[in-house]
Write a protein that binds this ligand. Structure first.
Ligand code: FES
Length: 179
C-alpha cells in the first residue's frame, strides 16, 4: 500500500510542499481524510489573512475574512491574475476578492463574478451590480483541531478558472518563461 502523502506550508511563499510523512515534526499538516489536505494552522492563516497551496497540482488560495475561511482557485478566471494579491471589498453585500490585474470582483463564498451596469431605460443613473454567474472555482474548507483543511470541489462541473489550472496553460507559461 502506498504511504500517505503529507504537506508542509512553506512560510516564505505560503505554498505547501510535499514532504516525508514519517517526519514527526509534521503532525500539524497531516491529512484529515483522503481528500482533505491541511493548508496551515488556524492561527497562521488568521495572522497572514491568506495562504496559497498546491493540491493535486492545482494552485489554490485560502482567505480568512471576518471570521470565515474561503478557498478558491488561485488564478483569476479572466486572465490568470494572482488573486492572493488582491484586496477584499464588500460588493452587493458579499465579500469579494478584487483581482489585482483588471479589478474583476469575485465573491469569496461562491466564485460569482460581478460587474456594474446602468440600464439605459431606467430613470436612475446609478449603476447596479450584476452577476455574471459562477466563474471562479471555489473549494470546501473545514477546520479540525486547529488545522485548516481544503477539499477540492467536484471536477465534474467546469468553471472558467479551470483553464488556469490546466496542463495547456502550464505548458504555455513555461514557453513564455523560457523566452
Ligand atoms: S486577470 Fe483578473 S481581472 Fe483580469
Amino acid at each position: 500500500m502506498a504511504a500517505p502523502s503529507y504537506s508542509r506550508l512553506n512560510k516564505r511563499s505560503g505554498v505547501l510542499n510535499n514532504m516525508n510523512p514519517t517526519n514527526p515534526n509534521n503532525i500539524a499538516q497531516k491529512k484529515e481524510e483522503p481528500s482533505a489536505i491541511g493548508v496551515g494552522t488556524v492561527e497562521e492563516i488568521k495572522k497572514s489573512k491568506r495562504v496559497t497551496a498546491v493540491i493535486k497540482e492545482r494552485d489554490i488560495v485560502v482567505f480568512h475574512h471576518e471570521g470565515i475561511f474561503y478557498a478558491m482557485d488561485l488564478r483569476c478566471y479572466h486572465a490568470g491574475g494572482p488573486l492572493n494579491l488582491g484586496d477584499i471589498e464588500d460588493i452587493n453585500g458579499q465579500p469579494c476578492i478584487v483581482c489585482p490585474w483588471h479589478k474583476y470582483k469575485i465573491a469569496l463564498a461562491t466564485g460569482e463574478g460581478f460587474y456594474q451596469s446602468i440600464d439605459p431605460k431606467s430613470p436612475s443613473t446609478m449603476p447596479k451590480w450584476c452577476s455574471k454567474g459562477v466563474k471562479q472555482r471555489t473549494h470546501n474548507v473545514s477546520v479540525r483541531n486547529g488545522i485548516v483543511y481544503v477539499t477540492l470541489s467536484n471536477m465534474g462541473i467546469s468553471y472558467d478558472s479551470d483553464y488556469y489550472s490546466s496542463e495547456k496553460y502550464k505548458k504555455t507559461m513555461k514557453l513564455v518563461q523560457k523566452k
